[in-house]
Design a protein around this ligand. Structure first.
Ligand SMILES: [Zn+2]
Length: 153
């Protein structure tokens, strides 16, 4: 009688999708539950790291409502979503930052969220802005377009 073939003899095993999904879900939970900093995906370490919040001219964190404007003028990227996983070192997928209206408090709260709505990354931003307001990073200004540089001639 033939011995049963060992599972280790299968060389071309399909990638374990559920394993990846579990890993990503864990990373997202990590970001959602971290109270100290806004975490985003780092493709170099394949883990969640603190997002360097951009600073305004006074060195304080730019409020979420101004991030879009700041993003146009300064050279920084919105947090990276876990969709970048599997893209290799240096892969970066920017999240979308947008406001949600809260009927209970009658105010907007800002959310950083997977732009393609695929992975489930979603982090509320407001509390991090109030937390350690000076833990912000001054990004360089983006290179000016020709029309803008004319103003300074
Ligand atoms: Zn995503």
């Amino acid at each position: 009688m033939e011995p049963p073939s060992s599972p280790s003899s299968i060389i071309t095993a399909p990638p374990d999708c559920s394993e990846t999904a579990r890993k990503l879900a864990k990373l997202i939970v990590e970001a959602k539950t971290c109270r100290l900093a806004l975490l985003h995906y780092d493709s170099a370490s394949e883990s969640m790291v603190e997002w360097c919040w951009p600073a305004d001219c006074e060195g304080r964190k730019v409020p979420p409502s101004n991030l879009e404007k700041h993003h146009k003028e300064f050279d920084f990227r919105f947090p990276c979503c876990v969709c970048a996983d599997g893209g290799g070192r240096g892969a970066y997928v920017e999240v979308a930052v947008y406001p949600w209206w809260n009927n209970t408090t009658n105010s907007n709260f800002w959310t950083a969220r997977c732009a393609s709505n695929k992975c489930g990354y979603e982090v509320k931003m407001d509390m991090y802005c109030q937390l350690a307001p000076l833990a912000a990073f001054p990004y360089p200004r983006r290179a000016m377009k020709n029309s803008e540089s004319l103003l300074f001639d």
